[in-house]
Design a protein around this ligand. Structure first.
Ligand code: ACM
Length: 541
């Protein structure tokens, strides 16, 4: 009888944490946040503590007092009603321990990211207005349930990609997405910034990319019966915008991976500089108004096109401090190369008959260009998995393959070639598709329906031989936007499925359970509303 009562109360007490931590032990009692509660912090993590204190003040009105923590004795002797952020040796980069009791909160980590995630967990233990960053004047008492948590992520790469090539949403939308990602401890924002239908990033050396390439004569990406509407439409990020977003993300421990998709999906660039990017400069080139895969690809046999790509990489390196750049590489038709005498000659010269190898040769030159740079400007390259269709020998194995089509097989192929890989399976991690069959679903991108459960149930790195597992960097959800004009619909389709992918990235396989996830998810709609983002409603009771 007592035992079953205990079980009942344990279930009732399941904490609404997403992603589920590695180890959670719910305790008796709660810590009451009060005016003047002291936050003792190691000097090394003072800025994180200040950021946390500012959020707490803004959302609860409680002003925490930050004091330096520099004596190990205090921890055991003072027993003040206080929060402690204590640097300990030997935890992994994102690992933390969080111990909440009636009279103290101890947070231990080695690296700043560990403290950040501990504080994100702490915020998730509070009413959701705290994570949303907004006040709730109805709440008079701010208590945090007693709990002991030891936590670290399963994967180092927990990503989300947004395609802004098709539609430009602007930095305030990106900041909302970054906030939601950070709430779920995701750490890589993959920014798909160029497409056939638009080039969205200012490149000083090539101003026409944004004077011409960022604009098209149709708001809709036409397809089938939908014709171009003739409305001038577009936009782009200046260098200042990029800096602002990179810093915003960095404060939330999210690194931004810029993607410039070349040499395919490049019609907007070709339209900007047809004289050296087009395979047929004599013809008219315009920013594409249609959906699908354009055949108007960059002429990789033109040395000026190669120089263009090097220059773009140089400017990306200046703007994005993270150690990775994504060069795309998906869906690159070769028929224009096949008809172009320079391309024919180059293929012969490199000793191949497979036109895909021209693409590899192009990348090889870009990789060599990066290799000549000083250490702090080194960047690793990421490609979509079609690159594996060429002879990758000349590219080496120190590249990363983002696996989307036939993802499990492609990832394994990459790992067997000695490359790192990231799992972003089209089905079910393209969270631009419908998430239910309800008639209320908005206009989504792509056929098919991926319910939250289906997304949740994908098992990353399933049946992968042990010796290949260290090549698997992690998981990523992708969002393509052809049909998705409104940012609210991006949000609607993205949420709450992004939370399901986040949990796959963070939580070990044996701790994942859909029923539990669904339970923990229920209150998230309050968070979404307070943060001002829309979300799919059908899984909420
Ligand atoms: C892709 O979905 N074309 C990467």
């Amino acid at each position: 009888m007592l035992f079953s009562l205990f079980l009942l109360s344990a279930t009732a007490q399941e904490l609404s944490l997403i992603p589920q931590p590695a180890k959670v032990e719910v305790k008796e009692g709660a810590f009451l946040l009060k005016k003047g509660t002291v936050l003792y912090v190691d000097a090394a993590v003072k800025n994180i503590a200040e950021q946390f204190a500012a959020t707490i003040h803004a959302t609860t009105g409680v002003k925490l007092k930050i004091l330096n923590y520099n004596s190990f004795d205090k921890r055991f002797n003072s027993r003040k009603h206080a929060i402690y952020l204590i640097v300990v040796p030997d935890m992994s980069d994102e690992e933390y321990a969080l111990d909440v009791r009636d009279n103290f909160i101890f947070i231990e980590a080695t690296k700043p990211a560990g403290f950040f995630y501990a504080l994100q967990t702490l915020k998730q233990l509070m009413p959701r207005n705290v994570m949303a960053g907004v006040p709730d004047n109805d709440i008079k008492e701010w208590s945090i349930p007693a709990v002991e948590i030891c936590d670290s992520p399963r994967f180092a790469w927990r990503g989300f990609m947004l395609d802004e090539g098709r539609h430009f949403y602007g930095k305030e939308e990106i900041k909302k997405i970054i906030d939601v990602m950070a709430a779920y401890k995701m750490n890589r924002f993959h920014w798909h910034l160029t497409e056939d239908q638009g080039w969205r990033i200012e490149i000083k050396k090539y101003p026409k990319l944004t004077e011409i390439g960022a604009w098209r004569d149709s708001k809709v990406c036409a397809w089938g019966d939908v014709k171009p509407d003739g409305i001038r439409y577009g936009g782009f990020y200046t260098r200042e915008d990029i800096k602002e977003v990179v810093e915003y993300a960095k404060e939330r421990f999210i690194e931004i991976v810029p993607e410039v998709d070349i040499p395919g999906h490049s019609q907007a660039a070709v339209a900007s500089y047809p004289e050296f990017l087009a395979c047929d400069p004599e013809n008219k080139h315009e920013v594409w108004l249609w959906q699908g895969v354009s055949g108007d690809v960059i002429n990789v046999a033109n040395p000026q096109a190669v120089q263009f790509a090097k220059d773009v990489i140089d400017e990306l390196t200046e703007m994005f401090p993270f150690g990775y750049i994504h060069l795309g590489g998906d869906e690159c038709p070769t028929h224009k190369w096949e008809r172009n005498t320079e391309c024919q000659a180059l293929l012969k010269e490199i000793g191949s008959t497979n036109y895909r190898d021209l693409q590899i040769h192009f990348y090889k030159q870009l990789k060599e260009h990066i290799a000549q740079k000083p250490v702090e400007q080194q960047r690793k390259l990421i490609f979509w998995n079609e690159v594996l269709h060429g002879n990758t020998t000349s590219l080496g194995d120190d590249i990363t393959i983002m696996a989307w089509i036939g993802a499990d097989g492609a990832a394994k192929d990459a790992a067997q070639r000695g490359m790192n890989t990231i799992l972003s399976p089209q089905i079910p991690y393209y969270i631009n598709r419908k998430q239910s069959d309800l008639p209320t679903e908005p206009h989504s991108q792509g056929y098919g329906t991926e319910t939250v459960e289906r997304v949740y149930d994908y098992k990353p790195m399933n049946n992968v031989p042990t010796e290949l597992q260290d090549k698997y960097m992690g998981v990523q959800a992708n969002f393509w936007t052809e049909w998705v004009v409104e940012p609210e619909i991006v949000q609607y389709l993205m949420l709450p499925r992004l939370a399901a992918v986040a949990e796959a990235g963070w939580t070990r396989a044996d701790k994942r359970d859909y029923k539990s996830f669904l339970n923990r998810l229920q209150g998230e709609q309050i968070y979404y509303r307070m943060r001002g983002v829309d979300y799919g409603k059908h899984v909420f009771k």
